[in-house]
Write a protein that binds this ligand. Structure first.
Ligand SMILES: NC(=O)c1ccc[n+]([C@@H]2O[C@H](COP(=O)([O-])OP(=O)(O)OC[C@H]3O[C@@H](n4cnc5c(N)ncnc54)[C@H](OP(=O)(O)O)[C@@H]3O)[C@@H](O)[C@H]2O)c1
Length: 249
């Protein structure tokens, strides 16, 4: 159900100009949150925000290349001045730079590709989160959602019967395993605060990154991240989920 009434909560979604980030923004705004559509291309973020505004939703564009430290600082300054807190951070922006999904390339993929993948999928995610954390701690119910992937699951990669056994693009998968490690460590550190930190696997979703073969529609794919972003106060922290069900680490 669409709720055009603001509930006073502010959400920032990285890489929100398209794909899952855009659809999670829409669904969060339908729950009454004001969504900050962060994009490295401000014009694309503005177009996305205008689309949601035209649907009667509370959305604003914000320029954020997560690999740009000074832009991260500017975003913190802006949110602090404008809202004084941040209720939801969805670390959604991500890349795959391996040459495909159904490959096994750990023996030869270049360190350059591995480093570039980690720069966006892991180091920038950590920097964005650490820098925004003081504002998230000012919320009465802070929620951090890290868009990981089932591809980051070591348990499933080690199981010859798992559906992802032959999907081994090493740079992407290792970066998502590292994201899951961050989730567990940060959730532990914040365990005595209201902030909840969880990893999401959205499903294999029809987006640019998901590619041609993906099975799930974007509206369904957005649900896991949205559920984790609006968890009640007695909800879990430090977990890894897909549509409410735990995913093995
Ligand atoms: N689709 C799936 O099946 C699937 C499955 C598991 C996990 N995931 C994860 O879900 C997240 C979203 O994926 P998606 O499928 O929606 O991908 P997508 O359609 O390719 O969108 C990726 C988004 O990330 C942005 N981005 C990339 N690098 C960035 C940077 N340095 N700074 C800011 N934004 C940046 C892109 O911006 P530009 O438009 O400017 O390029 C775009 O907005 C990713 O973390 C992905 O790993 C997806």
């Amino acid at each position: 159900m669409v709720n055009n009434e603001s509930n006073g909560k502010i959400a920032l979604i990285t890489g929100a100009n398209k794909g899952l980030g855009f659809e999670m923004s829409r669904q969060l705004a339908q729950h009454g949150l004001t969504v900050l559509i962060a994009g490295r291309n401000l014009q694309a973020a503005q177009t996305a925000a205008t689309t949601l505004q035209n649907e009667g939703l509370l959305a604003e564009a914000i320029a954020l290349d997560i690999n740009n430290s000074s832009q991260i600082q500017e975003v913190v300054q802006y949110i602090g001045d404008r809202f004084g807190k941040l209720d939801v951070l969805i670390n959604n922006a991500g890349v795959i730079l391996d040459e495909g999904w159904i490959i096994s390339n750990a023996s030869y993929i270049s360190l350059d590709i591995i480093r570039k993948t980690f720069e966006t999928n892991f180091f920038a995610l950590v920097e964005v989160t650490q820098t925004l954390l003081p504002l998230i701690l000012k919320s009465q119910s802070g929620r951090i959602v890290n868009m990981a992937s089932i591809e980051g699951s070591l348990t499933l990669h080690a199981d010859p019967n798992s559906p992802i056994y032959d999907a081994k693009p090493f740079a992407y998968n290792a970066s998502k395993a590292a994201v899951n490690s961050f989730t567990v460590h940060l959730a532990h550190e914040l365990r005595n605060t209201p902030v909840k930190v969880n990893s999401a696997h959205p499903g294999w979703v029809k987006t640019e990154l998901g590619g041609e073969g993906a099975m799930m529609d974007i509206s369904e794919g957005a649900k896991t991240g949205v559920q984790l972003a609006i968890l009640p106060d007695d909800g879990p922290s430090g977990g890894f989920f897909h549509l409410g069900e735990p995913v093995p680490w």
